[in-house]
Design a protein around this ligand. Structure first.
Ligand SMILES: O=C(CO)[C@H](O)[C@H](O)COP(=O)(O)O
Length: 243
């Protein structure tokens, strides 16, 4: 599986050109991508990077890549990230990292949001395998919980407030908010879910990335395919040099 993540990251190298401004998400796929950029891209010193994740920012610095403060940026050439699960229309759950608010801001800023996945992450339709993570302003935690339970009573199996393992109490997001995972027994229509959860007062953002992704590079044992919405347009046979 890790090998396939590396293959997806390798295919993404071919999109890079000198002087681009690039956003990067977080996770093992993005860590491979950073290592590959640092070791293989001859024009890496002309590239500028940013990330919503402190972990990724540190990795960029450790690899000698230029990392810019994200609050000073309005446009990116590309935003690269992975996800927990993506459907054939390129809607994705990005719940794992708990940094979906910052990730969504970057996906919106980017001319193109590119997902890098191993084949197993792509499904016809999103499932209940992963929770929907919701960032919530702490004052509103109980009222949001009440509203979620009343609006989705028949569809939700559990709602779990993320807790810190290293100290007692809730885990805080980068913005000092709570993170709650909503587990569904039956996934509501994702068009409605995307809109309705955001309408709850106190919800900052949720981890469903609805119609935000431009292209998904999907690596399987047979190679890397480029998915645009529900079409597979090209296979990764392009050997544009990054040396
Ligand atoms: O969505 C994410 C973070 O919010 C990550 O991209 C997701 O957890 C996948 O990570 P990995 O590349 O380690 O499989």
């Amino acid at each position: 599986m890790n090998n396939l993540k590396q293959e997806a990251a390798k295919a993404a190298l071919q999109l890079l050109e000198p002087d681009q401004f690039i956003g990067l998400g977080v996770g093992s796929t993005i860590a491979y991508f950073i290592e590959l950029i640092a070791s293989r891209v001859s024009f890496k010193s002309s590239l500028k990077f940013t990330s919503p994740s402190l972990e990724t920012k540190i990795l960029l610095q450790e690899n000698g890549l230029i990392c810019i403060d994200n609050s000073t940026i309005a446009t990116l050439d590309y935003y690269f990230d992975s996800c927990d699960q993506v459907d054939i229309h390129l809607n994705a759950f990005k719940s794992g990292g708990g940094v979906h608010t910052g990730e969504k801001i970057m996906a919106n800023m980017a001319k193109q949001f590119i997902l890098l996945v191993d084949g197993a992450k792509m499904v016809d339709k999103l499932t209940t395998k992963y929770p929907l993570c919701v960032e919530i302003i702490p004052d509103a935690w109980l009222s949001v919980l009440k509203e979620l339970k009343s609006s989705y009573s028949s569809a939700i199996s559990n709602i779990v407030l993320r807790k810190s393992e290293q100290k007692s109490g809730p885990l805080l997001s980068e913005r000092g908010n709570f993170l709650a995972d909503i587990y569904f027994s039956k996934l509501p229509d994702i068009f409605d879910l995307n809109k309705q959860i955001k309408l709850i007062t106190g919800v900052v953002e949720h981890s469903l990335f609805y119609q935000l992704c431009s292209v998904c590079l999907r690596a399987t044992e047979d190679g890397v395919t480029h998915h645009f919405a529900n079409r597979i347009v090209e296979s990764n046979t392009d050997k544009k040099s990054t040396q």
